[in-house]
Design a protein around this ligand. Structure first.
Ligand code: ADP
Ligand code: ASP
Ligand code: MG
Length: 406
């Protein structure tokens, strides 16, 4: 029997009516003779509320307890979805991460899936049962509940599809596919019928939250056929595919932005070997990822180091660096949360020059100052003031010829 994984995101299970609608989509595939595993997110807004409570309870809270709190939203929807399926006459059962079990490493709040034991789910398939798995959660090496980072239900779904050798993994969301940029910001964004794994990986890691980065990585490594589509309409979605399956190749296929950025400038540290290691070492030791980096050396042998961290890590990063102030000997630390990273992405960049130049010129024409730049083989990213996000996205979308009718 063909096997598919269907994942429903927060807006697709936002209330009981929507859960019933999603259950109808599951029934349709079950009636067509497929074995199905369903992965659900928490109801829209729930995880944000849970995260808010953890912050209000304790500013620098224990990540193990954070996971206990924020994983709870998916428990509710897994149970409700199983009930909705049962009401449609289907044989269904819910599963929490630890019950499957979905085993992860012990990095609480951003754990990675290490293995999924599918024996029990296989037995249930054999009995004709649909498994409804709570997304976003697993069990760590010490037996505690872990979560996979925001948006992690996508990763639960792809990992499950890989472990179960599923034919397809369908990600149902509130847009009908992957667009050239966030359609909620740029009305002229166009839906892509196909996108390569590599481009999707860059789009996701640069902020297009339609798929969690790790889910794309897993899909690429395990060759999972991944499809993004709407849970509200029946229009065809976007298929994530290998490069050789793309017929029409564009130089730039998408533009992503991330508001999840914060900039820190360490002012006037000594310009000597080991300084960068002394700054970034303690951050890494505290599981704080650093993304973009620039260094400005002045004539007097001092240097300013500017870099970005995730906005959620800003307070902790400042605290960690203040703790090393004596060893580092800097003059001041300047944190700035009011920045956004805008990235243009496309596999065509490998063979076309001038993409970066066009980006810089377009932003200059709009009077937008670039604070930090970083590049990879298929992307160029810039850090700009957050106030200019929409202006920058629209101008770049037009400049790279991506505008649709709108
Ligand atoms: P879900 O709750 O279903 O997981 P998300 O909110 O995580 O949904 O992701 C879907 C959202 O991603 C869309 O509502 C859209 O605003 C945003 N998004 C950002 N970039 C893109 C893009 N390039 N294509 C489609 N959606 C995008
Ligand atoms: N509910 C979690 C979140 O909001 C996981 C997910 O929706 O993918 O991040
Ligand atoms: Mg999501």
């Amino acid at each position: 029997m063909p096997r598919i994984v269907q994942k429903f995101g927060g807006t697709s299970v936002a209330d009981l009516e929507r859960i019933r609608n999603a259950a109808l989509r599951v029934k349709r595939e079950a009636d067509a003779g497929n074995e199905i595993a369903v992965v659900v997110s928490a109801m829209a807004g729930t995880t944000n509320q849970l995260v808010g409570w953890t912050r209000q309870m304790s500013r620098l809270h224990d990540a193990r307890e954070y996971d206990v709190v924020v994983s709870s939203g998916e428990q509710v929807t897994a149970g409700l979805m199983a009930m909705a399926l049962q009401d449609l006459g289907l044989n269904a059962r819910s599963w929490l991460g630890w019950q499957v079990p979905i085993r992860t490493d012990g990095v609480h709040s951003k754990a990675r899936i290490e293995a999924i034991d599918t024996a029990e789910l296989e037995r249930r398939f054999a009995e004709g049962q649909i498994s409804v798995v709570a997304g976003f959660q697993g069990i760590g090496p010490r037996g505690r509940v872990t979560t996979l980072g925001r948006g992690g239900s996508d990763t639960s779904a792809v990992a499950l599809a890989a472990a179960l050798n599923a034919e397809r993994c369908d990600i149902f969301t509130d847009v009908d596919g992957v667009y050239t940029t966030d359609p909620r910001i740029v009305a002229k964004a166009q839906k892509l019928s196909r996108i390569t794994y590599e481009e999707m990986l860059e789009m996701a890691s640069q902020g297009a939250r339609v798929l969690q980065t790790r889910s794309v990585e897993l899909a690429m490594n395990h060759r999972v056929r991944l499809q993004v589509l709407s849970s509200f309409t029946d229009t065809p979605g976007t298929l994530v595919v290998d490069e050789d399956e793309i017929v029409e190749k564009r130089v730039v296929s998408g533009i992503a932005y991330s508001r999840d950025e914060a900039k820190i400038t360490v002012q006037r540290v000594a310009d000597r070997p080991g300084v960068a290691a002394a700054i970034f070492g303690p951050l890494a030791d505290n599981a704080i990822n650093v993304d973009m980096i620039v260094q400005n050396i002045s004539a007097d042998g001092k240097t300013d180091l500017t870099f970005t961290v995730s906005r959620a890590d800003l307070d902790r990063a400042v605290e960690v660096l203040q703790g090393c102030r004596e060893a580092l000997g800097f003059d001041a630390l300047k944190p700035d949360p009011n920045v956004v990273k805008v990235s243009v992405i496309g596999v065509g960049m490998r063979s076309h020059a001038g993409v970066a130049k066009q980006m810089f010129q377009t932003l200059a024409d709009k009077g937008i100052n670039i604070q930090v730049i970083s590049t990879s083989e298929i992307k160029v990213s810039v850090l700009i003031a957050a106030d200019y996000t929409e202006l920058a996205l629209r101008a770049l979308h037009t400049a790279y010829g991506l505008d649709g009718p709108g």
